[in-house]
Unconditional design. Structure first.
Length: 377
């Protein structure tokens, strides 16, 4: 099968996934975080993240879609852009067609799939991390890509303060030709740093000090290394459907560099794990590299193992999406992360009590601001 035909098939599948995600995203309500971001996009004060997500939401909310679908158009488009950036790298590296299909399927793994459905700063950050990665890794083959790195790095920081750790990760996997572009990217990040400083201060307190959350996500550890073990175990569990594609034998130098970049990307999270139980999404900056590693490894396994990995990814994704829209697994609310996507209209309009506990302090106010005027619709 020709590379051009494979590319057309992949593009059609990626566009279909975009349409399905936008349609599906209208079947469940906005989470408290999403509701909070929407109120910021409407002009209410209180932003604790850099402004790029709010800017994107202001544009998306003008679309002739329901509130939920317009809000989630942003992460769906970011997921499409992330796939395009990473697939372009595989094409440049002349990767096997199976690697390119595995990359598309890797976007259905729990963390990338959640980031493609739920509007958070992680979606834009992952997109511009992937774009920066492509710029850094392709600069040796086409110097024009070096000029992409600086704006991509700046936009990643404008998405989330965690992206300030992007350049050290790129430095360990980029070729020597990228050094000048990396320095320019550092200057671009410093130029937008004032926009990220309030969020950076909050994140440092949240993840590294005793003043962080007392319970729930990012709670203090109860014994040494609990946070590190919880984070690593959680990441393996989230990547479990794609693990059949992992093949360490015959790994290339390029894959070794990408693996080192993943380690650098999650190093701050591992440090935080000494005092806090990290949130699963804190690994988001490493996702583009992880997806590339899974894709490249999948090309070296036999067809049966490749198909088994693909089938597991699709089944896990189907269960996750169905649970979000129409729960099928008998999970208690505290154990079901999708419970945050249901029941808010009943809370706002009917005075019901939401089963998800503990609620963030902003949850009810944000949900009332979003759904208070939509009761009965």
């Amino acid at each position: 099968m020709s590379e051009r035909l494979v590319g057309r098939q992949l593009l059609a599948a990626a566009l279909l996934s975009l349409v399905l995600r936008v349609w599906l995203s209208g079947l469940f309500e906005l989470s408290p975080d999403e509701a909070l971001y929407v109120t910021w996009a409407w002009g209410r004060p209180g932003v604790d993240h850099p402004p790029l997500l709010v800017w994107a939401l202001r544009a998306a909310l003008r679309a002739p879609l329901s509130l939920e679908r317009a809000t989630r158009l942003v992460p769906a488009l970011c997921a499409l852009g992330t796939w395009w950036c990473l697939d372009g790298l595989l094409v440049a590296w002349k990767a096997h067609a199976r690697a390119r299909w595995a990359l598309l399927l890797a976007g259905l793994l729990p963390l990338p799939a959640t980031g493609a459905l739920i509007a958070t700063p992680d979606g834009p950050m992952v997109l511009f991390t992937a774009l920066a990665l492509r710029g850094a890794l392709q600069v040796g083959e086409a110097r024009a890509w070096g000029w992409v790195l600086a704006p991509a790095a700046a936009l990643a920081v404008l998405s989330k303060a965690q992206a300030l750790w992007l350049l050290p990760a790129l430095a360990v996997c980029a070729p020597r030709e990228a050094r000048g572009a990396l320095l320019l990217a550092l200057a671009s990040q410093m130029a937008v740093l004032p926009q990220a400083l309030p969020s950076l201060r909050f994140q440092l307190v949240h993840a590294f000090t005793a003043q962080g959350p007392a319970e729930g996500l990012a709670a203090p550890t109860r014994f040494p290394l609990e946070g590190v073990l919880a984070f690593l175990g959680g990441q393996v569990a989230l990547l479990l459907p794609g693990l059949p594609w992992v093949r360490l034998r015959e790994a290339s130098t390029r894959e070794g560099a990408l693996a080192l970049a993943v380690l650098v990307s999650v190093a701050p999270v591992l440090v935080s794990g000494l005092v806090r139980i990290p949130e699963p999404s804190w690994s988001a900056p490493a996702m583009p590299m992880v997806m590339l590693l899974l894709a490249l490894g999948s090309a070296r396994v036999d067809r049966r193992r490749w198909a088994a990995g693909g089938a597991l990814v699709v089944v896990a994704a189907a269960v996750l999406h169905l649970q979000a829209a129409r729960p099928v697994l008998p999970l208690p609310a505290r154990a079901d992360p999708t419970s945050r996507l249901r029941g808010w209209r009943a809370v706002v309009c009917d005075g019901a009590t939401h089963p998800w506990r503990p609620l963030p302090p902003y949850a009810l106010a944000a949900e009332r601001a979003v759904y208070g005027g939509r009761c009965g619709r």
